[in-house]
Design a binder for this molecule. Structure first.
Ligand code: SF4
Length: 338
């Protein structure tokens, strides 16, 4: 037996150890007598050592036991849904009636804020109270010495500081326009609020309206430096609009302190806004002009705002009448023309 036959025999013995015996039969199927003889010499010793029961057992003919049939479970009959007992006739819920939309119904409109009614009842904002300067604070019990008025006014200015107490602080102002003039003046002019020129310079009444006011003061026989000039609000309202009540009421206490410190004999309210907040009344200029009003112990006259006189110069004569009454009160005489 050569080496290859020896290795093949080892392989077959390995298969026999695994219980694989059918491979021996293949040698019987060979048609080559030489190969069959060689195969017989190789495989016979192995086949002879194969166990007698090495044949694959024939398939058993015994009947396969049948799995007992599972009993068929019957689905229980569904439980009937309990029925709500009918309500007594007196407690019956109302029937829901769905009305189909009619063709004539108008489509819903977008909310028109301009046409929205003003809120009323508990949702209405509280009305901004209009309080006269006389009722805003008790009258001062002592007069400030003339020498101390400038310092007292500066103290008020310091209190204002870089004020952000009302919305006008955020409306594009450049300067807080406090006042201009003599702290010991007998005559005080009160305007509405700064305009563009005043906002730029920080000085009240310096634009065209201010120039006209200077002319009015000069016509009374005074110089601008001899009067005291201030406004209800100290910051310019955007587009020179009228100050809102919230703005005017917030800023008014500063003007009140200025009045109490200067303690002029006469106050001239320039225009309706100044008159409204000084006097605490909302009336037409026609009603307020021609009368003396009391503001913090001073006599108050109401006349047109110089800006209005620039727009309607025909009213300058009426304003001059108002100023003449003030001149009489202060004992002023118009300057003689040289
Ligand atoms: S208007 Fe008067 S209250 Fe308002 S921010 Fe100016 S200074 Fe302050």
């Amino acid at each position: 037996m050569d080496g290859s036959a020896e290795s093949l025999r080892g392989y077959l013995e390995y298969l026999r150890d695994l219980g694989i015996y059918d491979v021996y039969r293949t040698s019987d199927a060979s048609d080559d007598p030489a190969l069959a003889a060689w195969w017989k010499s190789v495989a016979s010793p192995i086949a002879a050592s194969a166990p007698a029961n090495a044949q694959r057992p024939a398939a058993s003919s015994a009947p396969v036991p049948q799995r007992p049939a599972a009993p068929i479970m019957q689905r229980p009959a569904p439980t009937p849904t309990p029925q709500r007992p009918p309500l007594p006739a007196g407690n019956r819920a109302p029937d829901i009636v769905i009305t189909p939309p009619t063709a004539a119904a108008p489509p819903p409109l977008a909310y028109d804020f301009d046409q929205a009614p003003a809120p009323t009842g508990q949702f209405a904002p509280p009305a901004m109270p209009l309080v006269s300067f006389n009722n805003l604070a008790p009258l001062p019990t002592e007069r400030i010495a003339p020498a101390d008025k400038a310092a007292a006014l500066q103290s008020v200015r310091n209190t204002i500081g870089d004020c952000t107490r009302c919305p006008l602080a955020y409306a594009g102002r450049h300067h807080i326009v406090f006042a201009d003039g003599d702290p010991n003046a007998e005559l005080m002019f009160v305007g509405e609020g700064p305009g563009a020129d005043e906002d730029a310079s920080g000085i009240p009444f310096v634009g065209k309206a201010g120039q006209l006011l200077n002319n009015m003061i000069n016509a009374m026989g005074l110089k601008r430096e001899q009067v005291y000039i201030a406004n209800v609000v100290k910051c310019r309202p955007p587009q020179n609009r009228t100050p809102e009540p919230k703005e005017a009421n917030t800023c008014s206490p500063f003007l009140l302190q200025q009045v109490d410190i200067v303690q002029p004999k006469v106050i001239v309210a320039l225009g309706a806004t100044a008159a409204t907040y000084l006097l605490g009344v909302k009336q037409s200029l026609a009603n307020l002009r021609g009368h003396w009003h009391d503001v913090r112990g001073a006599k108050c006259a109401v006349t047109y705002h110089p800006a209005f006189l620039l727009r309607d110069p025909r009213q300058k004569g009426e304003a001059w009448k108002d100023l003449q009454r003030v001149m009489v009160e202060l004992g002023l005489k118009p300057p003689t023309r040289g």
